[in-house]
Design a protein around this ligand. Structure first.
Ligand SMILES: Cc1cc2nc3c(=O)[nH]c(=O)nc-3n(C[C@H](O)[C@H](O)[C@H](O)COP(=O)(O)OP(=O)(O)OC[C@H]3O[C@@H](n4cnc5c(N)ncnc54)[C@H](O)[C@@H]3O)c2cc1C
Length: 392
């Protein structure tokens, strides 16, 4: 029996996993990667250390028009399966509060084990090969600049438009649209937020614990706590990243977007005046600014005490959000190929038999903490396994 030909567009996290799983099922697999080497974005993840999964799975870890779509792939290739998959290929893990990293501290080792495994299974990885079109002829044909590859199944794993890493050019959206798929407008997600105002240079560089509440059209909707980074243009840090996709999408829909920043979430707002009074009693010689010493960094004290109402400044500092950063500065995109047109159990297109999708190209984005790579491994594994099944 001849082997099923599977072509994978994109040699990133989802594409390499899909290729390995398809080859393990006996398919003849070719990966087409437009860069000079595969896995470039993986190398940049987790500050070069690659937070490749998370042992925890919060309810809101995944977002998109149909976030429950992820359950199909995660139920077939879970976080535990990801761990075993990489352990068998030689990755020894370090667990930092649930976030999993290769113990080597090098994201490159994740790429290396994937490429070694793929090659050992006979997967052909063709670099400097940009997919420019996919057409149904006597079988599927995948066109590149100057060549074409016949296939019984094609997996689109082209990633998104996010990050300045070359290859994140959004060409996968065009390939999907040419096949009749609807693409939900891609927008930057996991990004810092720009805010209205001129005085931010006064707090630029400050890192402090706090809680941000995102308000859309005046309604408080999302809240995150952790280390905030105050910047020249507004605000950043993991809590801001986590809520940024909602802020950017609401702005795109012309809604009013604001943040309230609580710089001292450990103390309830009604207790704050009494808390300050106690500090005044124990050190009556201190000015208002000096009373905040030891709680906040100097630069932040200057900004807070410069406001009309100190309680409001500390407990609900108001910021009007004007935008996210560019695609180049965002870690992922929200939006992508509409998951309503993809079978969540196989990742196969419901419009085109033999076309599969995986990874960030789909309208799924995850929180920070290893969830985006987890989605790439799970959806890639699911697409690869099903694409390799012999057509009945
Ligand atoms: C700075 C940064 C840090 C991050 N850190 C983390 C982290 O620690 N943990 C985490 O979970 N997530 C992290 N992410 C997100 C994560 O990297 C992505 O969600 C993930 O890589 C998506 O995998 P993918 O395979 O779908 O896409 P990609 O990894 O982007 O791979 C797509 C591949 O397809 C290729 N391609 C595109 N179009 C074509 C075409 N037409 N023809 C041929 N090839 C094509 C591209 O060159 C690319 O190699 C980070 C992202 C960034 C930018």
């Amino acid at each position: 029996m001849s082997r099923k030909k599977v072509v994978v567009a994109g040699g990133g996290a989802a594409g390499l996993t899909a290729a390995i799983m398809a080859a393990r099922k006996g398919a003849e697999v070719t990966v087409l990667e437009q860069n000079e080497k595969p896995g470039k974005k993986i190398c940049a993840t987790g500050n070069g250390k690659c937070n490749l999964s998370n042992t925890k799975l919060p309810k809101d870890a995944y977002r998109g028009s149909h976030p429950q779509f992820v359950q199909g792939a995660l139920s077939q290739f879970s976080q535990q399966d990801t761990r075993s998959f990489f352990e068998k290929m030689g990755i020894y893990f370090t667990d930092r509060d649930g976030c999993l990293y290769p113990r080597s501290g090098q994201a490159q080792s994740v790429v290396d084990v994937l490429v070694l495994e793929a090659r050992s299974l006979g997967v052909k990885i063709k670099t400097n090969e940009k997919v420019t079109g996919i057409r149904r002829e006597e079988c599927w044909k995948v066109y590149t600049e100057g060549w074409h590859y016949p296939a019984e199944a094609v997996i689109l794993a082209n990633g998104s438009k996010a990050s300045a890493i070359s290859g994140s050019d959004g060409s996968g959206y065009l390939l999907a649209e040419a096949l009749g798929h609807h693409v939900i407008k891609p927008l930057p997600a996991l990004t810092a937020l720009k805010c209205q105002g001129k005085g931010f240079s006064a707090w630029a560089g400050v890192r402090t614990e706090g809680e941000v509440t995102l308000c859309i059209d005046g309604k408080p909707l999302y809240r995150e706590r952790g280390e905030l980074q105050l910047t020249e243009y507004g605000i950043s840090g993991i809590p801001v990243f986590q809520i940024s996709r909602y802020a950017v999408r609401a702005l795109d829909e012309k809604k009013a977007v604001s943040l309230n920043v609580d710089f001292l979430p450990e103390i309830a707002v009604e207790s704050f005046p009494g808390f300050l009074e106690e500090r005044r009693k124990s050190c009556p010689y201190k000015s208002e600014k000096e009373l905040l010493l030891g709680i906040f960094p100097d630069k932040l004290i200057k900004v807070l005490t410069g406001q009309k109402n100190l309680t409001e400044a500390v407990k609900a500092f108001p910021l009007k959000v004007t935008g996210g950063m560019s695609f180049a500065q965002a870690q992922v995109c929200s939006g992508g190929v509409d998951t309503a047109e993809v079978d969540c159990m196989t990742m196969e297109s419901v419009l085109n038999k033999g076309i599969y999708f995986a990874g960030e190209l789909l309208d799924i984005d995850g929180m920070c903490g290893g969830y985006n790579l987890q989605w790439a491994w799970s959806s890639g594994a699911c697409a690869g396994s099903h694409a390799a099944e012999i057509l009945s």
